[in-house]
Design a protein around this ligand. Structure first.
Ligand SMILES: [Zn+2]
Length: 125
């Protein structure tokens, strides 16, 4: 990949990052607003508890993605973008096109997901 391509990817990642942070902020606001107006019967309360749970789930996915994006941006700066963080192999351009924040090749990603399912943690430092 030419370094010019990285600039486009960087722009794309930064835009996505800004979008995710704004969405995260909006969700916080929505959760707070809903909490303030919460009253009514049990069904209402159950419904809003469910909505809140979904909002938190969405939030945590967004935060995970921001972490991936930060990592990908760091790798662009270091000139390591497009290489698997785990095995050092090239990540396929098809995979990067679908998920520009990928820092692992598909094999390592799948291996990580299997481990994650066991200990439920996205990033192990
Ligand atoms: Zn790999």
């Amino acid at each position: 990949m030419k370094s010019g391509d990285f600039q486009n990817i960087k722009k794309l990642l930064l835009r996505r990052r800004a979008f995710l942070l704004k969405a995260d902020h909006d969700i916080d606001k929505e959760i707070k607003d809903k909490a303030e107006y919460r009253h009514g019967d049990d069904a209402d309360i159950a419904e809003s508890a469910y909505e809140q749970e979904m909002a938190y789930l969405f939030k945590s996915r967004g935060q995970d993605e921001v972490r991936y994006i930060d990592e990908a941006l760091k790798r662009i700066t270091r000139g390591e973008y497009g290489q698997c963080a785990e095995c050092g192999e090239k990540i396929s351009s098809k995979r990067l096109a679908a998920q520009p924040y990928s820092i692992l090749c598909i094999e390592c990603q799948e291996a990580t997901e299997r481990t994650e399912q066991k200990n439920n943690s996205v990033f192990q430092q």
